[in-house]
Unconditional design. Structure first.
Length: 254
């Protein structure tokens, strides 16, 4: 599906894994609509990557903003061949805390962005991809989601994050089965620990120790390695309905 000139949406494209994915898609000859809540970051990335990249400020968890984003991508670049869902938040919060009601709001917000937001963008993008001409095999487009190893191996403080990413992992197969009849594949990536601004709050020594705990290679993942797997997913039509760990065999345990 990496046809020259094809149109893609990358959510969370203003930073980290999404920005690396947008770069890869442009280098592969694609045209990319970057969506992010952070307009400054998204606009800067769009400027850096050139005329084949546009930025649209959108909250992925909002139905109307998501619909406007898809409409903008279709109008600017003549359709839609792919969606890469990278927008996400990763708050660390324990279950028991003094500000009890705040916990509920924070839990719901994390699910709202990571899980409901991913579903929102899938449903809207799938409707646009379905209108595309199929290729010789009947494929119209591809959707890639970002789960996390936290879906399977969540740490203390990650209940909301793990639940949201577990939801992304769990919905991958049923959505892939449903969209198969429209020639749309759906695959999720479960990254381990990657060097992105999301990790920047962590002290350097913690990041270094985490990197060393990865069996091989003993370091944090690089955003370009995530983008490389997205590229492979776009190019390999047999990959569908799967959640792929990209973690150097990292298993954190309790
Ligand atoms: P990042 O913080 O660098 O980028 C995330 C981007 O999403 C930001 O630009 C942010 O503004 C945007 N965003 C947040 N909420 C949004 C919303 N409601 N609508 C639109 N945009 C929104 O993070 P990253 O490390 O690049 O993470 C990308 C994805 O990968 C996330 O879903 C994250 O959970 C997942 N992930 C990251 C790691 C890691 O180690 N970095 C590991 C596993 C999974």
């Amino acid at each position: 599906m990496l046809i020259p000139g094809a149109s893609f949406i990358v959510t969370g494209g203003g930073s980290g894994l999404g920005a690396a994915t947008a770069r890869m898609l442009v280098e592969a000859g694609g045209r990319v609509t970057i969506a992010d809540l952070n307009a400054g970051a998204g606009e800067a990335i769009a400027r850096e990557f050139g005329s084949e990249v546009r930025f649209v400020k959108a909250d992925v968890s909002d139905g109307e903003e998501g619909a406007a984003l898809v409409a903008a991508a279709v109008e600017a670049f003549g359709g839609l061949r792919g969606l890469v869902n990278c927008a996400g938040v990763a708050p660390a919060e324990k279950v028991i805390g003094r500000d009890g009601p705040h916990r509920l709001e924070s839990f719901a917000r994390t699910l709202g962005i990571n899980l409901v937001g991913t579903f929102n963008m899938i449903r809207l993008a799938a409707a646009a991809i379905r209108d595309m001409e199929p290729d010789a095999e009947g494929e119209r487009g591809v959707i890639v989601n970002t789960a996390s190893v936290a879906a399977f191996d969540g740490q203390i403080g990650q209940a909301a994050y793990a639940a949201s990413k577990g939801g992304v992992a769990a919905m991958t197969l049923p959505i892939a089965r449903e969209l198969a009849r429209h020639g749309i594949r759906v695959v999720s990536i479960a990254p381990g620990i990657f060097e992105t601004p999301m990790m920047a709050d962590m002290p350097a020594e913690v990041q270094e120790a985490l990197g060393k705990s990865v069996p091989f290679p003993p370091r944090l993942g690089r955003p370009a390695e995530f983008a490389g797997l997205v590229r492979h997913i776009f190019e390999n039509s047999m990959l569908n309905g799967e959640v792929i760990r990209l973690d150097g065999a990292l298993r954190m345990g309790a």
